[in-house]
Design a binder for this molecule. Structure first.
Ligand code: NAD
Length: 484
């Protein structure tokens, strides 16, 4: 039987980016806050930061940085007159570096929690009703109940299981295990050429794996602008990733040392033998067991928590944020903004989020980043648009860096010149997109971007050049070489 009740102003369930940021903002606003999180690292200890920090984005970017250096040393430095011999890789050390980064960042959250006097509870939480949360210690000792005027659900998401490819984390692995392998698989199959599949493919191919991505959809990367997706497809395949589109995996069979994957495409059934198979076929909200049945927390047909535009659930004083809701894509920064938004609402401040201007990034080499609408979506609704593009091969800085792949595309309204979307593939796209986000937040026109002084030489000039190209102008391209 539950043994005690402690009262808070706010209880946050989940300490991923949405949850921990929300807890910190609540505390900054003077609210007595508790944050309950059940993450256990490989040492079975608490580690704040959720999937994003412990087994997702941060791990992925940390490994991609190592993989880029390894690849650079092996393939790209001779032209600089630098010759490296006997390059070797120590995967265990690479993983240790990644784990150290996670530990440092997670400990920082612990420190910020302590500084703001946030109660940190390492336990399994279950919403009992609009005011009460049951917390069960992870050693399964007796649960207790804590109580608050407001409850913020931020329990995140987890990989979708495929019945045709059951995870054993030896041959058929999930994205978490794929970020902790202790050797480089010779031949690596990946189910799903979405964001996660592509990020993992980029890491392991740069470390030496042969990669085959099996993607059920006929079209490659449907979220970004299709011109960018086509360019991405061209570059990735040139870099050695093998992509089989329209290929739906139907069964898998584990052998002694390999796994056989059966997939169906337009031409029929095919077999593929790989050393390891990663399942990266999407994520689902962690709503199973999040609330007691009698709490009557309303979910939609896909298991997302039903919320209004203010992240309010159907229960008074209970909010849901981040990957738990379908109010926008599953992105860490979307969750972070919702965390702040909800904390401020509780404290009586109302500063809503502009979901229309939400940047997306795919951390591959080169990176892909976009904000706003695609050309295809705008044409589909008959919007009168104009388009400017600029190839990074024409930007002085990209050339000097030896990284001239990619392009910047700006879509503006043909009558008002307002920027409606910016799409980038290329080096540092994740950083460049910030300028576009800011421009769009201020309802900038493409002329504003075209007349903004950019340091020369920088990659950011490509944004200015893309805007200039809308006026059939250029600063740095030879006459007659304007991109079409
Ligand atoms: P996703 O939906 O982006 O991609 C999964 C892909 O798997 C889909 O294209 C789907 O068609 C394919 N698929 C499903 N079943 C299949 C089958 N049987 N055979 C072949 N293909 C199959 O999902 P994801 O890549 O797992 O990412 C999940 C979420 O996490 C996304 O919302 C993503 O935006 C987010 N995320 C974002 C980042 C980032 O911001 N960089 C990083 C990681 C994850």
């Amino acid at each position: 039987m539950p043994k005690q009740q402690i009262h808070y102003d706010v209880i946050v369930i989940g300490a991923g980016p949405a949850g921990y940021v929300s807890a910190i903002r609540c505390a900054q606003l003077g609210l007595k806050t508790a944050c309950v999180d059940n993450w256990r690292n490989s040492k079975l200890q608490s580690s704040l930061g959720g999937t994003y920090l412990n087994a997702g984005c941060v791990s992925s970017i940390a490994l991609l940085e190592s993989a880029k250096i390894y690849h650079l040393l092996n393939h790209e430095i001779d032209s600089h007159g630098i010759h490296a011999e006997n390059i070797s890789m120590d995967i265990a050390q690479m993983m240790q570096r990644k784990d150290k980064i996670i530990e440092t960042l997670s400990n920082k959250i612990v420190d910020i929690f302590a500084h703001h006097k946030i109660s940190r509870i390492h336990a399994q939480a279950k919403l009992l009703n609009a005011r009460q949360v049951e917390i069960t210690p992870l050693d399964h000792s007796a649960p207790s109940i804590i109580q608050a005027k407001n409850i913020i659900l931020a329990a995140g998401s987890s990989p979708i299981d495929l019945s045709c490819a059951p995870i054993d984390n030896e041959f058929i692995i999930d994205s978490t295990t794929a970020l902790s392998l202790n050797s480089v698989p010779k031949k690596l199959g990946i189910i799903g050429a979405g964001v996660i599949g592509l990020e993992l493919a980029n890491i392991w191919s740069r470390l030496g794996s042969e990669i085959i991505l099996l993607e059920a959809q006929e079209n490659f990367l449907t979220l970004p602008d299709q011109q960018i997706s086509r360019e991405a497809y061209r570059i990735y395949t040139q870099h050695g990733l093998e992509m089989r589109l329209g290929a739906r995996v139907v069964s898998t069979k584990k052998g002694h040392k390999k796994v056989t994957v059966e997939y169906q495409d337009n031409e029929g059934l095919h077999c593929l033998r790989v050393d390891k198979l990663i399942v990266a076929s999407g994520r689902k909200p962690n709503t199973e067991n999040l609330a007691a049945e009698e709490a009557n927390l309303m979910l939609d047909e896909n298991g997302f928590v039903h919320v209004d535009e203010n992240c309010r659930t159907t229960l008074p004083g209970v909010y849901a944020i981040g990957d738990l809701t379908s109010l926008g894509p599953m992105l860490a920064h979307k969750g972070i903004e919702e965390g702040v938004f909800v904390a401020e609402q509780i404290a009586g401040i109302y500063a809503p989020i502009n979901y229309d201007i939400l940047p997306s990034v795919i951390y591959t080499e080169p990176e892909i980043a976009w904000v706003g609408q695609t050309e295809q979506a705008l044409r589909a609704i008959g919007e009168n648009i104009k388009i400017g593009t600029f190839p990074l091969s024409a930007a002085t800085r990209s050339h000097v860096m030896g990284n001239p792949e990619g392009l910047v595309k700006i879509i503006a309204h043909a009558d008002t010149d307002t920027i409606l979307g910016v799409h980038i593939i290329g080096a540092q796209a994740s950083e460049l997109i910030a300028e576009a986000v800011l421009a769009m937040e201020f309802s900038a026109c493409s002329e504003d971007l075209a007349r903004t002084i950019h340091a020369h030489p920088t990659i950011s000039e490509a944004l200015q050049e893309a805007a200039l190209s809308l006026e059939k102008r250029t600063l740095h391209l030879p006459v007659g070489k304007l991109p079409s």
